[in-house]
Design a protein around this ligand. Structure first.
Ligand SMILES: Cc1ncc(COP(=O)(O)O)c(C=O)c1O
Length: 420
């Protein structure tokens, strides 16, 4: 018997911290000192020395011919639509289950997001529903590789090609993931990455676009540099109004070191996750999302556990989250809401140009996304899987404890010892 729940006054399974994130050491210190000494700290000339080196290194890692670094993973998405010269007001079909940055970037490019529900096994956009969302105004598909899954790039690629649409992979969660042994971000026309603090590859903030198209790459480099057309990227006819989205040399230098660490970190997480999945299969009420064999390297920005309340006397997911948090487990339930219900994706016409132009998502309902967001998904951050086997065992112990105490969780009063 695992004992009384910490939520109800028992001793927590875990009182030690989990692994620190991000990891760093002498290489990052040396890289930062190198930038300091260079006195060339900014992004201009663009790309500057460290940025150009990282672009080459990350392109080789992903398997894309070009990389354009930029300020963050929201603008990197916007830039893809601008570089492909998607029409103002065009519709972009995307998932209903993601961070607000995904549709926000679409609006930022002057386009309209059209949401589609997710596949119950991957929580990524359901390709079977994509076609019904396409209209004569649709110009792009923007799937998100979510958490530890990848969107079905076979089906989406086939639809995009047949319907003449652009395919943009939002890889904010998927640095290093591979689809049929091709890097996430190298299969579609563009990949877009975030290097914000919590991500698998980080410099605190930052973004990157990958593409193997020479003209798109030139436009991307121009767009991040205020629309300038430097000699290395001026072989395209238009002059476009760009932005200053240049990344600093500090960030690029740190990213180079973090990229060196990434393969070993992947291997470490993969081993811990395998141990965790082995243990979870013995716990009623908790299961893992099925492995898609086409994902030849699975990464985990967050590991999603699927919860089934029927196996725990109907205890709601959010109560389970509270109990796990009390046991010392970092985890989240409403990590993302269905985007059309998320207050962050406000339809305020002052800030949301698509709403101003008449788009209205209020009547839409995405049942699988709602089930994931409100009832099923338990999000476990990747750093829980960067430590020792003992960390994994603590996670499993906490889950088992919650399972064993389900009746008390459902009805704390009934389980409390009689007074006096
Ligand atoms: C799926 C997804 N897309 C886009 C973004 C935006 O990235 P950034 O925070 O770097 O702007 C994020 C960030 O969390 C994300 O999770």
């Amino acid at each position: 018997m695992a004992g009384k729940l910490a939520l109800h006054g028992g001793t927590a399974v875990r009182d030690r911290p989990w692994s620190d994130w991000p990891e760093f050491g002498a290489p990052e210190r040396e890289a930062l000192a190198r930038v300091l000494d260079s006195r060339s700290w900014g992004g201009f000339p663009s790309p500057n020395t460290e940025a150009a080196a990282f672009e080459a290194e990350f392109g080789a890692y992903v398997g894309a011919r070009h990389v354009a670094l930029c300020a963050n993973g929201t603008f990197s998405l916007t830039l893809t639509l601008q570089a492909a010269r998607v029409s103002p007001g065009a519709e972009v079909v995307t998932t209903a289950y993601s961070f607000v940055g995904t549709p926000g970037a679409i609006v930022g490019a002057g386009c309209v997001p059209v949401f589609v529900d997710v596949d119950p096994d991957s929580y990524c956009i359901d390709p079977e529903q994509v076609e019904a969302a396409i209209t004569p105004r649709t110009e792009a598909l923007m799937p998100v590789h979510l958490a530890c899954s990848m969107a079905d790039l076979d089906r989406l690629g086939e639809i995009a090609e047949r319907r003449g649409l652009l395919l943009v992979e939002d890889c904010a969660h998927a640095h290093g993931a591979r689809w049929r042994d091709r890097g996430a971000g190298s299969v579609g026309d563009f990949g877009s990455f975030s290097m914000q603090s919590t991500k698998l590859l980080t410099a605190g903030e930052g973004g990157a676009v990958t593409t193997s198209d020479d003209v798109y790459a030139q436009r991307l480099h121009s767009l991040v540099n205020c629309g300038r057309k430097e000699p290395e990227y001026r072989d395209f006819p238009e002059q476009m109004l760009g932005h200053n989205l240049r990344i600093t040399e500090w960030q690029a230098a740190v990213l180079r070191c973090q990229l060196e660490r990434l393969p070993e970190q992947h291997a470490r997480r993969t081993a811990r996750i395998a141990r965790f999945e082995d243990g979870v299969c013995d716990l009623p009420g908790f299961s893992t999302l099925p492995h898609d064999p086409r994902v030849t390297r699975r990464t985990a920005y967050q590991f999603i556990l699927r919860y089934d309340a029927r196996a725990l006397s109907g205890v709601p997911r959010d109560t389970v989250i509270q109990a796990l948090q009390a046991e010392g487990v970092r985890c989240f339930g409403q990590f993302y809401l269905p985007l059309n219900e998320d207050p962050l994706f406000s339809p305020d016409p002052h800030t949301n140009a698509a709403a101003r132009a008449g788009a209205d998502w209020s009547e839409q309902v995405y049942p699988v996304t709602r089930r994931a967001a409100y009832d099923e998904a338990i999000w476990l951050p990747h750093e829980l899987f960067l430590g020792s086997d003992a960390d994994v065992d603590d996670l499993l112990t906490a889950l088992a404890k919650v399972h064993e105490n389900a009746a008390e969780l459902r009805d704390p009063a009934a389980a409390a010892p009689a007074a006096g």
